[in-house]
Design a protein around this ligand. Structure first.
Ligand SMILES: *Cc1c(COP(=O)(O)O)cnc(C)c1O
Length: 360
């Protein structure tokens, strides 16, 4: 049966990308060799990396002084790589505490400089985005999580800041146009909206680097990745290849504006049903804070006992990955770039049908 994959990550990839990626494993471009067994220094992978970089630059409209890096260790390694490379001992970085991932970034940064948490929504279990004030001009950067994957909040507009933004975009990277000039650094683990697990995309502006005094091991120094074009060591060849295929797919499907248009329509469809259907309610009540990527909802009062049954109904109808994060419970529908609107419609129909049966 066709599966609708609502998993938060690793997550759905475009069907056309998976098809092409599968071919490359067995026989890359008719060479009689798998892409997995080709040298990363050879002409085939060199062309893949160049195309990935060029597409990234084109889609994000990167100015000359921004670099595209492909790194390992997931977004979780960026939590320490960012302050290690950007923040001198004694310097201040401003952080926003809007979810579990933000909290982890804060913990890691404390080892490298002074961390000022300027806003937190933790007391309300991260169900809204806090107002930002007092961003010190002394801060080296302001760290944001653009989309909070677990709680389903997303900055619809990025806050105005006098200092460069550093942003964990793991779960909404390339889902909408951004004004790149506000950002000093962006990082994103690929497995939510870009490609397979195993590679992290990093976009960094030149002037953010080179100011710290501490010793940086070669593999942890962004400048080495710039200098060696992400090939200081063997890069994650296959995850970069599949990410490149996704970048091609994004370009073909209207670029970031095209992604945004579809993502808005999909999210509107689902939130509308959650708000309308008496059996369900949204976790994030302020529409302005609601994520277009991860839609979190629970059973409404009086219907809590139906949670397990609804998950079973989903499963029986070919919908997977809908259970909410263990720290939140309920349901989470992750509807990233690659999720077709027809799958969201199928979920909406199922919710409406479930309510009709239960209320009959
Ligand atoms: C998934 C996720 C992470 C963790 O990514 P890893 O690649 O597993 O380290 C960090 N931040 C956000 C916003 C995420 O969604």
């Amino acid at each position: 049966m066709k599966q609708h994959n609502f998993s938060a990550g690793p997550a759905i990839l475009p069907a056309a990308v998976l098809k092409e990626a599968a071919k490359a494993v067995v026989n890359y471009q008719g060479m009689g060799l798998s892409l997995l067994e080709l040298s990363h220094r050879g002409p085939e992978f060199t062309a893949i990396l160049e195309e990935a970089n060029a597409l990234m630059r084109e889609l994000l409209e990167l100015p000359e002084d921004y670099h595209v890096l492909w790194m390992s260790g997931g977004a979780s390694s960026q939590f320490f790589l960012v302050p290690m490379n950007l923040l001198k001992e004694g310097e201040v970085a401003a952080y926003t505490d809007t979810g579990t991932w933000a909290d982890k970034a804060i913990k890691e940064a404390k080892a490298f400089g002074k961390v000022e948490v300027i806003a937190s929504s933790k007391p309300e279990n991260y169900t809204y985005l806090p107002k930002l004030s007092n961003i010190s001009k002394e801060a080296k950067y302001l760290h944001l999580t653009s989309n909070n994957t677990i709680y389903g909040t997303q900055w619809a507009k990025f806050p105005k800041s006098l200092v460069p933004l550093v942003c964990d975009m793991s779960s909404d990277f390339l889902s909408r146009p951004i004004d790149i000039h506000s950002f000093g650094l962006i990082y994103a683990g690929a497995q939510k909206n870009l490609g397979p697990a195993g590679v992290t995309a990093v976009i960094v502006r030149e002037d953010m680097l080179g100011t710290v005094d501490r010793h940086l091991p070669s593999m942890l120094d962004y400048r080495n990745f710039i200098k060696e074009n992400s090939m200081y060591n063997t890069p994650p060849v296959y995850p970069i290849y599949v990410s490149m295929l996704t970048l091609r797919w994004i370009k073909k499907n209207g670029g970031l504006k095209g992604m945004q248009r579809k993502n808005k329509a999909k999210a509107a469809l689902l939130y509308q049903e959650i708000d309308r259907n008496p059996l369900f309610k949204a976790v994030v009540t302020n529409p302005a804070d609601r994520s277009l990527m991860n839609v979190c909802f629970v059973m409404a009062e009086g219907y809590e006992g139906l949670e397990k049954e609804f998950l079973q109904v989903c499963k029986a109808n070919g919908m997977s990955g809908l259970a909410g994060h263990r720290s939140v419970g309920g349901f989470r529908a992750s509807i990233y770039n690659a999720m077709p609107k027809s799958s969201v419609q199928a979920l909406v129909d199922l919710m409406a049908d479930f309510a009709r049966k239960k209320q009959a």
